[in-house]
Design a protein around this ligand. Structure first.
Ligand code: ATP
Length: 345
């Protein structure tokens, strides 16, 4: 198969299992974002792919070739880490040319490739500038250009954008995705920012405690989370305890959710419903009656916190959709069955 295959990879530090039997297939040209809470094993997995950490068990196959015993410098990888590790005393051009020089590319070849790469990362004409005089976003681009200098087979990035401020970071996410699409290079990015993953990835891999909890497209992860951990980690959601009545109907907060049944054999579970799928009616029409406890008006969207039977349900609406709902108002809350995802508890 053309692409990357992680085959039953595990890694332990002492008797702590950091990566636990990870199996993942990444078709050639895919942009992967590995996502998960701090300490879930993302970086360790990336370091194994890079050859910087030796697996306890399993294999790393690239285009069917076993890379596991191959040392890092022979894997033909491009890597960018949070620290960027640019040489501060060198110019932009010298930084980018560094891997080319090590590889024995002549001066003319180096100059041409540097120009090509600078155009690619939107920094044409920057070759002679000292790295120390660049902004955070420009340094980021230089690190990316250097990592791509030798046209690697795999592009690995560990929290590459986390040092940037929010606005620049969002712009760089789009830029990085567009660059990857242009080059068609298989790319793996470690991040703990779910928005970043949703922006860039073809394939989002959600990890928890060293294991893959779900690997799917961003929208599938969002719409059909595999479990409560994933539902809660990706975006915000309302997680409600449900139980089946005799007819199998899903009961929550003392009432059935209209049109929703639990799968046969499931007595209890959780329902995940995204805030934008919760419907509110100011006249208290709706299946559940609640009282608004807080309204967060963010301009473009409005988050409304409603207490229903001791549980807070969050609804997100746009200003246009919403009537006059203020803290203290009695409202009706509808949970449309088609937007409810039933999960095991
Ligand atoms: P973060 O988002 O905080 O970077 P992560 O998901 O990348 O977290 P890892 O860095 O892969 O997590 O670490 C996974 C676990 O393995 C952590 O509990 C960490 O303390 C442990 N660990 C990582 N490297 C080592 C090491 N060299 N020796 C001992 N334990 C380690």
């Amino acid at each position: 198969m053309s692409g990357l295959h992680l085959k039953d990879l595990s890694k332990r530090f002492g008797n702590f299992t950091a990566v636990d039997d990870v199996d993942l297939t990444v078709p050639h040209g895919t942009f992967v974002c590995m996502l998960g809470p701090s300490g879930c094993g993302k970086t360790t997995l990336l370091r194994m792919i890079a050859g910087l950490e030796e697996p306890l068990a399993g294999a790393i196959l690239l285009d069917d070739e076993d890379m596991t015993p191959v040392p890092t410098h022979k894997r033909n990888l491009g890597m960018v880490f949070q620290s960027l590790a640019l040489f501060p005393h060198l110019t932009v051009g010298e930084n980018i040319a560094y891997p080319l020089r090590i590889r024995g590319v002549d001066k003319n070849g180096q100059r041409k490739r540097v120009e090509e790469l600078l155009a690619l990362v939107h920094l044409p004409g920057y070759a002679a500038r000292p790295v120390s005089k660049l902004s955070g976003g420009q340094r980021q681009r230089v690190a990316i250009a250097r990592a791509l200098a030798l046209s690697p087979r795999l592009f690995l990035l560990d929290e590459p954008l986390s040092a940037l401020d929010a606005k620049l970071r969002e712009a760089m996410q789009v830029e990085l995705r567009q660059l990857q699409q242009k080059l068609g290079i298989t790319t793996i990015v470690v991040t703990h920012d779910q928005r970043e993953a949703m922006t860039m990835a073809d394939l989002v891999v959600v990890m928890g405690e060293g294991r893959i909890r779900q690997a799917a497209s961003p929208i599938e992860i969002y719409r059909k989370p595999a479990d409560a951990f994933v539902a809660d980690f990706i975006g915000s959601t309302n997680l409600l305890e449900v139980k089946a009545d005799r007819a199998g109907r899903a009961i929550t907060l003392g009432q059935p959710i209209a049109g929703l049944s639990l799968p046969e054999g499931m007595a209890r579970g959780l329902v995940s419903i995204r805030p934008e799928d919760v419907h509110l009616a100011g006249s208290a029409n709706g299946a559940f009656r609640g009282k608004v406890t807080f309204v967060r008006d963010l301009g473009g969207t409005i988050e409304t916190f409603v207490e229903v039977g001791g549980t807070t349900i969050v609804a997100v609406t746009t200003p246009r959709e919403r009537g006059d709902i203020e803290a203290g108002t009695e409202v009706g809350v509808t949970l449309p069955a088609e937007s409810c995802v039933v999960l095991k508890q």
